[in-house]
Design a protein around this ligand. Structure first.
Ligand code: BGC
Length: 768
């Protein structure tokens, strides 16, 4: 679908004009969230047209019986389903007996705006109902960053051509279904309902997982800005509570409903006290009031933007896009809770059932690490640390022993819940990303203590996995890794995926290196870890042997590492020779045809060269880019950013920019015609990387921060900030040169195009 209807604007996503066909796409794009919960931009009032209702709470899921492959030993027992939570946004409206429903009314001057600077979603329009009554509708909604369990709605109606009766029915409803599967099954069991003055609660629990959630609402009313008392008629139904309020309103009066909603749940509170907690919170919200809550919301967002913002001059669509990506990442994960993570669709849809993929370690951590306090990235690492036992159980199920760990491809609580064998069993490169993230974190933050305290245990368990997963080939006299799927999921069950073998070798080396460092510098932790893991010296020797004798498929003819054994047997017809009607191949071709084709879904060998750029020469990287990029179809949203970063690093700015555009406005321009299902949250971190590491050329190998800034021709300038080891550094690049400002009191140094520069505290350094 062409989403040209999203107007270019620096700080807002704006839709003008109402089109029923765009409602589900807009519901995704205008989604709001606060790290704890999130919602699609569904209308508050009834909408009888095509809509995808969605409201989600971080960490809450349902273990749905997996319907594929469950008879295979080692297969995951369930598929984690992100649950659509009870609805607290609903407000039904009747005007002189006629229901307000934009689907069957005349709608004009429709404007929907997601204000990213302030974190608020607004909507206004003129509506003519079937009874001829015209009203002006103005709504605002936000999920509070300050009090994360609550959200607030302001819902204002102004009669334009009549005096008459307005009836509003705010409700909460736990009779909620999921959209993408189990169409008619209920996952919520209602336990208790509470009816108070202008306030109601429903306590419900999820089937099987038994998460208890109390959903609450609290209402206040105003006429022309003055609070008015209204009596309600209450309906307590099986799964929902509805309060109906009626009032007589004169032409041009504005009648406003304030609705505060909340979720409090058993991950954070005692089950028995949920209703009470909800009452406390809603009353607090009502006392603060909508406008003051909104002020706090603006302040909280301005703090986020202070470091996270990227300013692009000369390209308003690029500006809007990068802010949209940064905004959505912050709506999805706020970083205080190490039990939560970043789902590929965040809080904007149900697809990708489980929540956590390797996307977090490979793509998201650098974004949060550079734009937030280091504890945010640390919490993401701790999420995996706390799930180490489950990763060991997962490996054990597959036949691994001695405390080897295999982290899941998809998980909500550490258990594997991906239901395709070629991914569950074979896409094991994800295990390496866990260690890469630790390396990345320690290298960037200089917080080495993470390794002795937590990281080393994870490394040892993963090293054990790799050593058991390879086997020695008598024929090759080297270690090989059989039956894997690399990041390119358009190849399954291949032998010796270069990326996986390289990562495995690196994991073994890095683990050995850190065992030595911890032994030397942190003897207490060393002994504790040896005790817990029962690590034996023989194991270290075995790891060393594997690392030194790992096999890597290579083509002398092309002088490139091969994605896997046999890659050259394919008919290497480049993507540009494919007819446009054949793309995207995952929608046009059978899986069988895809598997035999040479087409690469996403960066694979290039993903490895990106991670380990400092291990390879520029010439080698160029060769590989020229070989693999023409075969890559980028049908994963995680792909173009890696190609963009590599292209920039080898001075192919046109290509870098082309790839950047594919990631930046992927959802705003709906490249893959799927935005109605939700947004691509994890690849949004890739967009940030494409600017900061791609155009900005930021690198941090061996703890030394360096930049090699370039600028796309179309832009006049761009600037971004990063937190680095206690300093906030602002980098601005224009066609004339670049400037660095160290916004903190401490001096630091960076490398600019290979030359060291000292950045004294609060100083600007200009480089022309
Ligand atoms: C990609 C994976 C990714 C997943 C979730 C898939 O399409 O191939 O690499 O982890 O999406 O984003």
């Amino acid at each position: 679908m062409n989403l040209d209807y999203i107007l270019p604007n620096e700080w807002s996503i704006i839709e003008k004009g109402f089109d029923q066909n765009k409602v589900t796409a807009s519901e995704s794009i205008f989604s709001i969230g606060n790290g704890y919960m999130g919602q699609r931009a569904n209308f508050e009032e009834t909408y009888s047209g095509d809509t995808f209702q969605g409201s989600y709470i971080g960490g809450i899921y349902y273990p749905d019986k997996t319907r594929v492959g469950w008879w295979k030993n080692g297969y995951p027992e369930y598929f984690a389903k992100v649950l659509n939570a009870p609805n607290w946004i609903g407000i039904d409206v009747c005007i002189d007996g006629t229901k307000l429903d934009l689907n069957n009314s005349k709608v004009s001057e429709f404007v929907r705006e997601l204000n990213m600077k302030e974190g608020v979603l607004t909507r206004s329009c003129l509506v003519e109902l079937s009874n001829g009554h015209q009203i002006k509708l103005e709504t605002s909604r936000f999920l509070s960053l300050e009090i994360q369990e609550i959200g607030a709605i302001k819902y204002a109606i102004t009669p334009l051509n009549f005096d008459g009766e307005i009836e509003v029915t705010p409700y909460i409803d736990a009779g909620i279904l999921n959209e993408d599967s189990n169409y008619d099954e209920f996952f919520w069991e209602v336990l208790q309902k509470y009816e108070g003055k202008n306030e109601a609660q429903i306590l419900s629990k999820t089937l099987k997982t038994e998460f208890h959630v109390c959903t609450g609402m609290h209402m206040q009313f105003e006429l022309n800005g003055f609070e008015i008392p209204l009596e309600s008629k209450n309906e307590i139904l099986d799964k929902s509570i509805k309060y109906t309020y009626k009032t007589f309103v004169k032409q041009n009066d504005t009648f406003c409903t304030y609705k505060y909603g909340c979720y409090v749940q058993s991950m954070n509170h005692n089950k028995e006290e949920l209703i009470f907690e909800s009452q406390k919170l809603l009353q607090k919200a009502a006392i603060i009031g909508f406008e003051d809550l909104l002020k706090k919301q603006k302040l909280a967002w301005s703090k986020i933007w202070e470091t996270a913002d990227i300013v692009i001059d000369g390209d308003i669509k690029a500006q809007q896009a990068i802010r949209f990506n940064i905004f959505q990442l912050n709506q999805t994960y706020s970083g205080e809770d190490s039990r939560l993570n970043i789902g590929p669709k965040g809080f904007t849809g149900e697809k990708y059932g489980g929540s956590t993929y390797w996307d977090t370690e490979a793509y998201c951590i650098p974004f949060y690490m550079s734009t937030k306090d280091k504890n945010v990235a640390k919490n993401l690492l701790l999420y995996r640390y706390h799930q180490l036992d489950k990763a060991k159980e997962n490996a054990e199920k597959l036949g691994f022993t001695n405390g080897a760990a295999l982290y899941p491809m998809v998980t909500m609580n550490g258990e594997e819940c991906h239901n395709e064998w070629e991914i569950t069993f074979e896409e094991i490169h994800r295990n390496g990303a866990m260690i890469y993230a630790i390396y990345n974190y320690v290298n960037y933050t200089n917080d080495y203590s993470y390794i002795p305290e937590f990281g080393l245990e994870v490394m040892i368990a993963i090293a054990r996995f790799w050593q058991q997963r390879v086997n020695f080939s008598e024929d090759k006299q080297q270690y090989v890794m059989l039956g894997v799927t690399g990041p390119n999921e358009y190849e399954n069950n291949v032998n010796n995926n270069w990326y996986t073998n390289y990562l495995a070798k690196w994991c073994l080396d890095y683990t050995l290196e850190n065992i030595n460092l911890v032994r030397k510098d942190y003897p207490d932790d060393y002994h504790r870890v040896i005790d817990i893991t029962q690590l034996k010296q023989d194991e270290l020797k075995a790891w060393q042997h594997v690392s030194e004798h790992m096999y890597f498929p290579y083509s002398e003819k092309h002088q490139v590492y091969l994605q896997q054994d046999g890659f050259l047997d394919k008919e290497l017809i480049t993507v540009d020779q494919l007819d446009a009607s054949q793309r995207p191949i995952n929608q046009k071709w059978s899986w069988d045809k895809i598997l035999r084709s040479p087409y690469i879904k996403q960066a694979d060998v290039l993903q490895g060269l990106y991670f380990f750029e400092n291990h390879f020469s520029r010439k080698l990287i160029e060769k590989h880019f020229d070989f693999y990029e023409p075969l890559t179809v980028h049908e994963s949203s995680l792909s173009p950013c890696v190609h963009s970063i590599i292209a920039a690093s080898i001075n192919r700015m046109d290509k870098a920019y082309e790839m950047y555009l594919r990631t930046a406005r992927l959802d705003l321009d709906d490249y893959n015609s799927e935005v109605h299902e939700g947004l691509h949250i994890t690849s949004m971190a890739g967009t940030w990387l494409a600017i900061v590491q791609g155009f900005g050329g930021m690198r941090n190998f061996n703890g030394q921060l360096s930049f090699n800034p370039q600028i796309p021709e179309k832009w006049q300038s761009y600037s971004f900030k990063i937190n680095f080891r206690g300093c906030t550094i602002k980098i601005t690049k224009s066609h004339k040169g670049c400037t660095f400002i160290n916004e903190s009191d401490t001096d630091t140094s960076i490398y600019l195009n290979g030359k060291e520069i000292v950045l004294s505290g609060n100083q600007l350094v200009e480089n022309k």
